[in-house]
Ligand binder design. Sequence first.
Ligand code: ZN
Length: 171
Amino acid sequence: MAAADPLGDLVAALQRLPGIGARSAERLAFHILREPRAYAAELAQAILDVKDKVTHCGTCFNLTERDPCGICADPRRDRAEIWVLEQPKDVIALEATGLVRGVYHVLLGHIAPLEGIGPEHLTIDPLITRVRAGGVREIVLALNPTLEGDGTALYLAEQLGKRGVKVSRLA
Ligand code: ZN
């Protein structure tokens, strides 16, 4: 199907991105229009690749191109120590410190009752399944220092504490 209004369609699509208003969407669309076709192809391909090739690790829910991810598959990592984080970007930040010898579990958010986000919307069930499977010695809660992060940490400490693993909190 040929687009009747290619420029208008691009502006509309860009405007759906977070933080992009009508003005910015127009500016980006005209920028893309001025760039060589090769750039447009590269941009379009990169967007498709991220959708087609990047997925969540079935164990830790970090973003990965293969499942299990490189960290979960690494035999040198200590599987008895699970660091619980809110988002994949938090994994990148912690990995950069080189301090973590354990593995991760990404919640993909935090509990936010006012936004209707409950424990069931996060990857808390799979985390409890990991703990239940055994071999976990310690859970380190490295959640964001926000009201929601604190609330999520309290909930997890309660849920995991009663399963006999040590739960600590990264200050
Ligand atoms: Zn993983």
